[in-house]
Each structure stands twice: as structure tokens, then as C-alpha cells.
Design a protein around this ligand. Structure first.
Ligand code: ADP
Length: 410
């Protein structure tokens, strides 16, 4: 029997990391890459270069695929609906994916479901923001509903003045999501895999550290997390997956507040940076379970293989060749697991990650941080561990409107 072809729209590191489990399962992948020599194009032989924003391209590319899934959310919703109308099976489907594509739609739906979110309003003008801020107080967080990633399209505004300045830089009349700035204790992420048959597999809830809107570090499971709160987070993710009809991996990014509440920040419906630990640290990785889920195969156990697994992202630094880091890193620490994405190095760009698992959390973190910094080329720099609890990022912080090349995976 021939294995079904799994199509992936996008060919970044997430599509690349689907390839090892696809090899193990004997499942052929077919990627649609936006440019040549993409992270996935280097390892998925059946990769076509084309623009997913072009419907004809999408339709032609998807023909040999039994099922189509995604490495990013940046496919026009109308195109997804058209693909489905043409008989292409998309997992997740367009109706579910919309909630990971549009933060305003997501907030509205989760609020309807009675799930805990930061207070929010959709705004078009500075007055809308000041009215909202009179209720919740400054600072507020403004977000582009669509197209943001890694903090791009997220702005903190500490005053009416800052709001006016920000809006002046954006196209007139654009609608934005405006949220209270949550004074969170830390950020958590709850991942579940869900198959079309409705089977669910919930990964241990992890702690994530973001710097300037970019995930830099993940600890599985989240240290000292109240077991009841952990169960609540996993149930919440399962409820979102079921209610929205998600198929594949769903990541629910959460804030844990100092008074022990959970608030949903955002959703991703694909393998997620906060699940990379599972490649080395779980019985079944998020990538394998994503494949199993979109193929409607029974899911694998999501349980951790060690008391702790940590992942530290390698962000581009001064050294252009990541390969040069191997002799030192491997000689110093043969227990580390290193994953490079085949991407050219640019400052701050996610180009790989390092994981370590075992019993001693502090030692694991120190080892993985050292290696990540070494690869980037700044061995003296201590990786910071993000924003201290209770302090939001600096005003205006997370990203100016940007014309940088699109790199939507997080
Ligand atoms: P992206 O889509 O770029 O990942 P997010 O909505 O996840 O954007 O925001 C990026 C980061 O900004 C979050 O991880 C968090 O650190 C911070 N952030 C976002 N929304 C809020 C909020 N309402 N209150 C406090 N911090 C926030």
C-alpha cells in the first residue's frame, strides 16, 4: 500500500523538522516553498517553489497531496476555502485556522466560549484606545490582527501620546486589537495534538521565556507549576482544539498571572517553537504527532522521557557559519542535542535550537544556554532570561512596522 502524500504549505524550519518523523513513518512530504534553498527545501526532495498567495499555484501544487497542512498561517483565508471547495483536505481546516490567522477573530471566539483572555477591544482610532485605557489603565498592547510573528506587529503604548505616534505610522483606518497589558508572572504554553477522529494527546505544560517578542527558552514541564493549574491549562487547550475543530498540533500560549490565573495570549495551529523540546524529550515529538494527526492515525504518547527537558533557541549572531560551533560544543558536552535549520545567519534570526534533558534543571539550562551562545558567536554574553516577572517589555518595544522578509514560524 502506498503511503499518502502530506503537503505542507511553507518550507521553513517547522516543515524541515517534519521530515525526520516522515522518514521514520515512510510518509512522503511535498512542500510549497516561497523561495529556493529554503530550510525544508534542502531536506524534502519533493519541494516546489511558488507563492501560496496565488490560488492557481496552490491548486496545482496540491494535486498529488492526500492532505495539506501548514508551516505558517500566512495563506489567504479565501484561498483555503477555495482549496477545500476543490476537494483538497486541509488539516487544520480553513474554519479552524482562521483563529490562528486573525487575533481579533480568536479573541471574540474564545470570549464567546467563556475562556479566559486579557480584556480587549478592537480599535480604529486613537480615541478608541484612550477610552479603553480609561478602563484598564496604561500601558496597553496594540496588535495587528493578522500577519504578526515573533513580536512583529505587537506594540506596547504607555500613554495617549505613544498611541497617537504609533497610529500615525500605520495606514489610516487600520483596525487593531487593543489589550490590557497583563502583568504576568510568566508565560506558559499548552500543546495538544488532535486528530479528525477526535483523539487528543496533551503534552506537559511548559514555561516559555520571550525576549523582545521572540521565544528564547522553553522548560518542560513548567517549574513549580501548581498541578491544578497545569491540568486547567491542558484542559483549556483540549477545549479550544475540540471547540474550534483543530486537527494537528494546537499550541495555546498562556499568561500565568501572579494571582494564579491563566489567560490565553494566542493560538498556533501547527508545530510550535514551544514544542521543540519534544523532539528529544518526549516519547512522541510534536512533529510526529502532527503528521499522525493530519493523517488521522492513532496518536503517540506525548509524555516526557526525563524529569526535565530544556530548549534554548540559537539566534543569529556575529558568526556566519554555525557549523564552526560543533567542535567545541560537542567536545564540551556530548549529552546535548543540537538542531540547525539550514538558514543563513542574520542578527536575531532563529537559526537552530539546543536541547538537553535530565535531572538537574539548573545544570541543563546552563549547558544549553552556553551552547546556544557559542553557536551564535558571543560566548562571553550570558543569555538573559527575559523580562523579570511583573515588568512588561519597554514601551513601543516589540517591533516597528516592518518590511523585513517574511519568516512567520515561531
Ligand atoms: P506574536 O504573534 O508576535 O507571537 P504575541 O501576541 O504572542 O505576538 O505577543 C508577543 C509577546 O508580547 C508575548 O509573548 C508577550 O511576551 C507579550 N505580550 C503580548 N500580549 C500581551 C499582553 N496583553 N500583556 C502583556 N504582554 C503581552
Amino acid at each position: 500500500m502506498e503511503a499518502p502524500v502530506v503537503g505542507i504549505v511553507g518550507a521553513g524550519q517547522l516543515a524541515r523538522m517534519l521530515q525526520p518523523p516522515a522518514v521514520a513513518l515512510g510518509v512522503p512530504l511535498r512542500a510549497l516553498a516561497e523561495y529556493a534553498d529554503s530550510a525544508a527545501g534542502q531536506v524534502v526532495p519533493d519541494t516546489e517553489v511558488g507563492d501560496p498567495a496565488d490560488l492557481e499555484t496552490l491548486l496545482a501544487w496540491s494535486k498529488p497531496c492526500s492532505v495539506v497542512t501548514f508551516d505558517h498561517e500566512q495563506v489567504p483565508s479565501a484561498h483555503l476555502a477555495a482549496l477545500e471547495a476543490a476537494g483538497v483536505t486541509c488539516r487544520p481546516g480553513s474554519a479552524a485556522l482562521l483563529h490562528a490567522q486573525d487575533k481579533a477573530v480568536m479573541r471574540r471566539r474564545l470570549s464567546e466560549l467563556g475562556l479566559p483572555c486579557p480584556r480587549y477591544v478592537v480599535v480604529r482610532a486613537a480615541e478608541d484606545v484612550t477610552r479603553f485605557a480609561a478602563e484598564v489603565g496604561f500601558p496597553v498592547v496594540l496588535k495587528a490582527p493578522r500577519g504578526g510573528y515573533d513580536g512583529k506587529g505587537v506594540w506596547f503604548a504607555a500613554s495617549a501620546d505613544a498611541v497617537a505616534k504609533l497610529l500615525a505610522r500605520l495606514p489610516a483606518g487600520v483596525s487593531l486589537l487593543c489589550e490590557e497589558a497583563v502583568p504576568f508572572r510568566r508565560e506558559l504554553s499548552a500543546l495538544v495534538a488532535r486528530s479528525p477522529s477526535g483523539q487528543l494527546a496533551a503534552y506537559p505544560v511548559v514555561e516559555t521565556v520571550q525576549r523582545d517578542g521572540v521565544c528564547v527558552e522553553v522548560t518542560a514541564p513548567a517549574p513549580d507549576l501548581d498541578p491544578e493549574l497545569a491540568a486547567t491549562a491542558a484542559e483549556l487547550a483540549a477545549e479550544v482544539a475540540t471547540e474550534l475543530g483543530v486537527t494537528g498540533i494546537l499550541a495555546v500560549e498562556l499568561f500565568e498571572t501572579s494571582d494564579g490565573r491563566l489567560l490565553v495570549n494566542e493560538l498556533a495551529m501547527r508545530p510550535h517553537n514551544t514544542g521543540h523540546w519534544s523532539i528529544d524529550g518526549a516519547v512522541t515529538s510534536q512533529f510526529e504527532n502532527h503528521l499522525r494527526a493530519v493523517l488521522d492515525l492513532p496518536l503517540g504518547e506525548p509524555f516526557a522521557r526525563a524529569p526535565w527537558t530544556v530548549t534554548v533557541n540559537i539566534l543569529g549572531g556575529p558568526v556566519p557559519s554555525l557549523y564552526d560551533g560543533f567542535p567545541h560544543v560537542f567536545a564540551r558536552d556530548p549529552g546535548l542535542r543540537v538542531h540547525l535549520y539550514g538558514k543563513s545567519v542574520r542578527p536575531g534570526r532563529k537559526v537552530g535550537h539546543v536541547s538537553a534533558y535530565g535531572d538537574d534543571l539548573a545544570a541543563l539550562l546552563a549547558r544549553a544556554r552556553h551552547a546556544a551562545v557559542w553557536f551564535a558567536g558571543d560566548a562571553d554574553a550570558e543569555q538573559e532570561t527575559g523580562t523579570p516577572p511583573g515588568e512588561g517589555p519597554a514601551e513601543g518595544a516589540l517591533g516597528a512596522p516592518s518590511s523585513e522578509p517574511r519568516e512567520p514560524q515561531s
